[in-house]
Design a protein around this ligand. Sequence first.
Ligand SMILES: Cc1ncc(COP(=O)(O)O)c(C=O)c1O
Length: 399
Amino acid sequence: MIPSILPTYNRAPLEFVSGKGVWLEASDGRRFLDLGSGIAVNSLGHAHPDLVAALTDQAGKLWHVSNLYQIPQQQALADALVGASFADTVFFTNSGTEACELAVKMARKYWHDKGQPEKTTIIAYHGAFHGRSSAGIAAAGSEKMTAGFGPLLPGFVHLDYGDMAATKDALKDPGVGAVIVEPIQGEGGILPLPDADMKALRALCDAAGVLLILDEVQCGVGRTGKLFAHEWAGITPDIMMVAKGIGGGFPLGAVLATEDAASGMVAGTHGSTYGGNPLGCAVGTKVMEIVANPEFLADVSRKGGQFRQGLEGLVASFPDVFDHVRGAGLMLGIVCKAPNVDVVAAGYDAGVLAVPAADNVVRLLPALNLSDDEINEALARLTKAAEAVQTALDAKAEG
Ligand SMILES: Cc1ncc(COP(=O)(O)O)c(C=O)c1O
């Protein structure tokens, strides 16, 4: 019999009842150090007092009004995002997937309104993840996500991530209107595109007169130590998708765009009942207030360096379990030799939560405000998990 919850997830037998900072408490009383943050969502940990206050203050006043009316909380967050980024304008969504939908629509409408409606093709990259909607799975293109869901939204071309020569070649097609890419692939295995490639991609898009869409749903909002990951390369996109960390745990996403890229999106071309609701925007504004502070971001970089150094030591101590560390800031991945799911499962026993990703990677995406002591505690628990995996490997080798 089908379970009452549609069984699209393989869930771990863990049930959490409360959280504070990087700590989660399970229904059986066990405490877990959360290095997954709901997959890069709880950017300021669980139950951050300022976010709780922002949400509950707003909840006491007004939950929802239609986008048919002015929403001052939405205006405040849009102003904060525009003030802190390349963007001139913002549309709010409830998720990263919805941001992907709009990014694709915006790029196509741009060319339609510029009198070049044939420029519908979007270049995307293998290993990408842009969400689970029809546009999202077509954009990512992997068999795993698309099998059985055809006919797919047409108009996507898939190249190897980081293959600039292939990108240059594909851009020769006059039907190409945009490129969509994650500056750091998250689900794909915490794989950063080097700054030089980000710069080259911007230059190639400029030369071809094509829009650059960045998917910063996972790597944005302070995760790498800059407010947005593309800032490290000193470039800006035309359109950017944001979600996850911007809501700190409240469902919130956004598409940020330049005035030119957004020029096709006039009244009546897009909408959302809940997108930009007062609750989400009140929380998002508070997240921005905290995260967009240069001192906070510098501390993310410092802690990212400290955590990474500890992880390098862990990899050196367990060469049969781990291969190497990659990522940026507090978006770190350990490429494993042992099955990554075994490491994650051993983590559960050691009281630490991490998240598997493609390419046999264990993802570590802790709250950006975790303390130095919590980094040390995380390393101690990961060491315990690695010991257990090593013991299992030894037992298997003995026979
Ligand atoms: C890079 C990226 N884009 C888009 C999405 C989809 O976001 P959501 O799950 O909020 O719809 C995700 C989610 O993991 C993501 O990591």
